[in-house]
Design a protein around this ligand. Sequence first.
Ligand code: BGC
Length: 378
Amino acid sequence: MDLLAHSREVILKYQHKSGAYIACPNFPTYHFCWLRDGSFIAYAMDRSGNFESSDRFYRWVAMVVERYAGKVAVLAEQLRNNEKPDGSSILNTRFTLDGFEEGDNGWGNFQVDGYGSWLWGLAEHVKLSGNASILVDLAKPIQTTIEYLKLVWKLPNYDCWEEHPEYLHPYSLATTYGGLAAILDLQTSGLLNLPEMGISALMDEVKQFLLQNAVAKNKFTKHILPPNAGLGYTPDATSGVDASLLGLAIPYKVFPLDDALMRATIESIETDLWLKGGGVYRYKADVYYGGGEWVLLTGWLGWYYALAGQSAKAQQCKQWMEAQADKNGDLPEQVSQHLLAPARQDYWIKEWGPVATPLLWSHAMYIILASELETSKH
Ligand code: BGC
């Protein structure tokens, strides 16, 4: 089985005619398109030359942002009045494949990371395809997204695992930084013409915010506690490392790979979350489906190794991912051989069925890792 070819096929096969990528076709709970998953999936399509697919995805995102753009003014008004954002003002993380909100089913939708991610992915799309014409059509939703990020970046919201709405999360802040940096780059190179929006100043602010509020014991923390009882924002030193912290360097480049804090954080990920000879956990206290090793995170760590010139370890990650493919070549979201919380597995299987397979984001990370290993050979 050629897993690279199969991964591309899976993504293309399940891209909806609207341009949306379904998170997983065989798992009813994931019959939506997430901006987070979608941006990585589109990036994988760009890395493998399937520009038409990613182009359709970004046009779909733009259509969705335009559809709900009116909410940004509502949010600004709520914040001016010291009110909490709610369903009338936040831009959702998940949408139906036709690009509509799913309706309030109690599953938190205030997750800001996807909004930085799609801006990052779009700029990569332009770079990799060499075609900037899409920017002419997307200028307005790009501007709306930046206005939205300016309002929300410092608010508590759900993390990229759709948990802990009471905190802020370095990963989510990194997406804001990465999205803004990408847009600034397009502007500086004359490919995009937006009004002055203070992008560069905001980037500095986000980076300083991370340095001040997301560091404990010389590494980045999983969460940041919002101001409370007279205290300002505080790093949550108790929660341990989270594999999503890789995002601070790759792909959002808030910090370079050789930054001391970044290196110490990645070392913690290796020691605490990478099972020797196996895959990568999200975080130690994970109980979702019993807390297995995540295929996409193993690809992400491998991506780091490939970029850091440690190709043997990158190959190890890639081979482990390959070994997780089922008889059809499909990659799951997580594998359950070495669960962190085995007693919690059944609950989820009864609730939502077997682990989501194929997960398009897992296939995307396989493509990205394989492509990075190819690039690093030359
Ligand atoms: C993950 C999210 C992901 C979603 C769809 C959730 O279980 O925590 O990161 O966006 O699944 O794949």
